[in-house]
Design a protein around this ligand. Structure first.
Ligand code: NAP
Length: 251
C-alpha cells in the first residue's frame, strides 16, 4: 500500500480553481481521496469553469462554491459536506490573495480585504473544522515565507500569513484531543498565476538569493502537503514546513 494512501477520505481544498490548490486537489484525489474543489463564484463564471476543469482532471471530485471571507458560505460548505459525506477527513486552507502596496499608500480596504481572505478565511474554515473534521483528520494551511520575513510592500499579506502560523499552533493544541493534526506550509517563491505578474528582473533577482538557485514549482508544495496529510505524518502537529529552497531557514 502507498504510504500516501488516502482511500475513502473526504477532502476539501479551498481556492482550488487554479494554482497550488488545483495541484493539491489533483494529488489528493490521485491518492484515493474524494475531493471537494472549492472556488470563488465570480459573476462571469470564470472560476467555476476553471474549477470544473480541475474536477474533470481528478479521479473523484465535485465542485464546492464558496467565498472563504464569508461566514455563511463557509458554514454552507461544511453543512453540505456533513449532509452528503458525513464529515471531512482532510482540510486544506489554501485560498489566498495578494494586493501589494507600500505602507504609505495602502488603503484600509486593501489591508482588510487581504487579512479577511488570507487569515479570516483560514479562521472560518478552522472554526467549522472543530466539529466538521472527523477524528484523526488532517488540516494543512498555506502560510508563506512572507509571513516569516515580512516583504517590502506587503503590510497586508505578510501579517495575514504570519497570523496563519499562530492560528495553526492554536488549532493544533485545541484539536489534538481528537487526534486531528494541524500544520502550516510556508512556500517560498513558487511559479503560479499569483506570482506570474512579477517583472522578470525581480524573478531573476529573487531566484539568485535562493540557495537552491531557482523558484519552486507547484509540485514542490503539493508533495509537502501530501506528506502532512499522509498516515506517516500522524505525530506531526503545530509545525511550519518551509518549502522555499533554503531562502528562509528560521524555525
Ligand atoms: P493563485 O494562483 O492566485 O490561487 C489562489 C486561489 O484562491 C484561486 O483559486 C482563487 O480564486 C482562490 N481564492 C481567492 N480568494 C478566495 C476566496 N475569497 N474564497 C475562495 N477562494 C478564493 O495563488 P497560488 O499561488 O496558487 O497560492 C495558493 C496559496 O499559497 C495562497 O494562500 C498563497 O498566499 C500561498 N502562497 C503562494 C506562494 C507563491 O509563490 N505562489 C508563495 C507563498 C504562499 P480566484 O480565481 O477567484 O482568484
Amino acid at each position: 500500500m502507498s504510504p500516501f494512501d488516502l482511500s475513502g477520505k473526504i477532502a476539501l481544498v479551498t481556492g482550488a480553481s487554479r494554482g497550488i490548490g488545483a495541484g493539491i486537489a489533483q494529488a489528493l484525489s490521485a491518492h484515493g481521496a474524494h475531493v471537494l474543489v472549492n472556488y470563488f463564484d465570480d459573476p462571469a463564471g470564470v472560476n467555476r469553469g476553471e474549477a470544473e476543469t480541475v474536477v474533470q482532471s481528478c479521479r473523484s471530485a465535485e465542485l464546492c462554491a464558496g467565498d472563504v471571507s464569508k461566514t455563511a458560505d463557509v458554514s454552507a460548505m461544511f453543512a453540505h459536506i456533513q449532509e452528503k459525506h458525513g464529515g471531512l477527513d482532510v482540510l486544506i486552507a489554501n485560498a489566498g490573495i495578494l494586493r501589494d502596496r507600500t505602507l504609505a499608500k495602502m488603503t484600509d480596504e486593501e489591508f482588510e480585504s487581504v487579512i479577511d481572505v488570507n487569515l479570516g478565511g483560514v479562521f472560518r474554515c478552522f472554526r467549522a473544522a472543530t466539529t466538521g473534521v472527523r477524528e484523526h483528520g488532517r488540516i494543512v494551511a498555506l502560510s508563506s515565507v512572507a509571513g516569516q520575513m515580512g516583504f517590502f510592500g506587503q503590510a497586508n499579506y505578510a501579517p495575514s500569513k504570519g497570523g496563519v502560523i499562530s492560528l495553526v499552533k492554536v488549532a493544533a493544541r485545541e484539536l489534538a484531543r481528537r487526534k486531528i493534526t494541524v500544520n502550516a506550509i510556508a512556500p517560498g517563491f513558487i511559479t503560479t498565476a499569483m506570482t506570474a505578474t512579477m517583472p522578470p528582473e525581480v524573478i531573476a533577482k529573487t531566484a539568485a538569493q535562493v540557495p537552491l538557485g531557482a523558484w519552486g514549482e507547484i509540485a514542490d508544495i503539493v508533495h509537502a502537503t501530501l506528506f502532512l496529510c499522509s498516515p506517516g505524518a500522524r505525530y506531526i502537529t503545530g509545525h511550519v514546513l518551509n518549502v522555499n529552497g533554503g531562502f528562509y531557514m528560521g524555525s
